[in-house]
Write a new protein. Structure first.
Length: 404
């Protein structure tokens, strides 16, 4: 089965289920609410239908001792365990569904821009001709996919059209999606995972030029990690821009995580003091905000080297991630930034922000082609939920669902 069909099978049912849910909600308004409450409030507890009164609590305490070994009780426990794991599965599925929706919503502009052009192309031609190929090439280049990727892709597509004698553009839709993403999917299966330090505090450095979304991304990630039960410290080492440290401080209060920062001091010394604090106070993760002054490459390189030296001296294994933040709306400019930063320091992953603000959507492929660093997170909006772990399948679905 091709990628196109696989992804369609995976996610299309969510849309259908949602329609079903809507119909259900219309017919019975109160029931679904109660169900949700039960799953949320009592995931660990035994699920009982009875109201909780002091007597029933006492009764329950006594019951297990008397009847522990009877087959009925064993059956009951089995039934409850089954229910519990069903709820857990349901929760997980709900989370997955929510995530797919965030992708869909965040990629609306791209769907209406570049993907609708693809759909129009299929409607315009009733036969695959040289003009069709030329127009397709232009659409893909305009979508920030990157010229070399597009050229390779066009060669492969032309070969397939020839060898499989395809004439109908309608049939090509599926092949286009498959061929565009197959390389990415084949090579990118595991590497979008964030590395954490198992033996010591996990330090994650965020780098990138002005205004790309470093500070906002740190806030979003801190919120995510906090929800996962991790103790997070934000460290404001962007001591260059006035107000930057205070901005991070405000975010730390909003999110409810720890903070360390000092306006006007040397970034490496702020990182030093921040990590010492993290170790003293048993933090799990340290998120370091830096100033990205690409205008002065030598200085920036020295500054990052100094910070890494400090981290290496304090933390077993050094920083576990150095994430480069790129703004998706800057297109090829973002690619140049990635290439420049790659020369300066060792980048372990990319955060691609503001994907909701571009109609081009193909920049993920260009990053893969010209930089070869995995995209680990994407920003699809300004709320805290709009930062998502990058998942190529959800991304493809969010882009191409209208063709599916
Ligand atoms: N629509 C949208 N806006 C975003 C996203 N991520 C960040 N922003 C916005 O981008 C703007 C800049 O974000 P910051 O986090 O301040 O960027 P920065 O890289 O820390 O900037 P400097 O500290 O000046 O270097 C803010 O208005 C954010 O709300 C995103 O995924 N989508
Ligand atoms: Mg900032």
């Amino acid at each position: 089965m091709g990628l196109f069909s696989k992804i369609k099978n995976m996610f299309k049912s969510y849309d259908e289920e949602e329609e079903e849910d809507l119909v259900e909600e219309e017919t019975s308004e109160e029931e679904p609410k109660e169900e949700v409450e039960e799953t949320e409030e009592q995931p660990e507890e035994e699920s009982t239908e009875e109201e909780i009164s002091p007597e029933s609590v006492e009764e329950k305490k006594e019951e297990p001792k008397k009847e522990e070994k009877t087959p009925e009780v064993v059956e009951e426990v089995k039934e409850k365990t089954k229910k519990k794991s069903l709820f857990k599965k349901k929760d997980k599925k709900e989370e997955e569904k929510k995530s797919v929706k965030i992708y869909e919503k965040g990629l609306t502009k791209s769907r209406q821009g570049f993907v609708s052009k693809l759909a129009n192309l299929t409607n315009k031609y009733n036969k695959v001709t040289e003009e069709y190929f030329e127009e397709l090439e232009e659409i893909l280049i305009m979508a920030d996919i990157g010229v070399n990727t597009v050229m390779d892709f066009m060669d492969r597509l032309r070969d397939r059209v020839k060898s499989e004698s395809i004439e109908d553009p309608e049939l090509l839709k599926e092949i286009i999606v498959d061929e565009l993403f197959i390389i990415y999917v084949n090579e990118e299966v595991l590497s979008n995972k964030i590395n954490y330090n198992d033996n010591d505090v996990s330090v994650i450095l965020f780098i990138g030029v002005n205004g790309v979304g470093k500070t906002t991304t740190i806030a979003k990630i801190a919120n995510k990690l906090k929800d996962e039960g991790k103790k997070v410290l934000m460290v404001g080492a962007d001591t260059f821009r006035a107000g930057a440290v205070e901005q991070l401080h405000e975010w730390s209060e909003k999110v409810g995580v720890g903070f360390f920062g000092k306006e006007g001091s040397d970034p490496a010394s702020v990182v030093y003091d921040g990590i010492v604090k993290a170790k003293d106070e048993d933090y799990d993760v340290v998120l370091v905000d830096t100033a990205g002054r690409l205008q002065n490459k030598v200085n920036l390189m020295k500054e990052l080297e100094k910070m890494n030296k400090v981290i290496d001296s304090l933390v077993d294994g050094g920083a576990c991630e150095t994430l480069l933040v790129l703004d998706a709306t800057t297109g090829q400019n973002g690619i140049s930034q990635a290439e420049a930063f790659k020369e300066i320091t060792n980048i372990t992953g990319i955060v691609l922000t503001k994907l909701d603000g571009t109609a081009k959507g193909g920049i993920v492929l260009a990053i893969k082609e010209s930089v070869g660093i995995p995209v680990k997170y994407i920003g699809l909006g300004e709320t805290k939920d709009d930062l998502q772990t990058f998942d190529i399948e959800k991304y493809i679905y969010g882009l191409f669902k209208d063709l599916m």
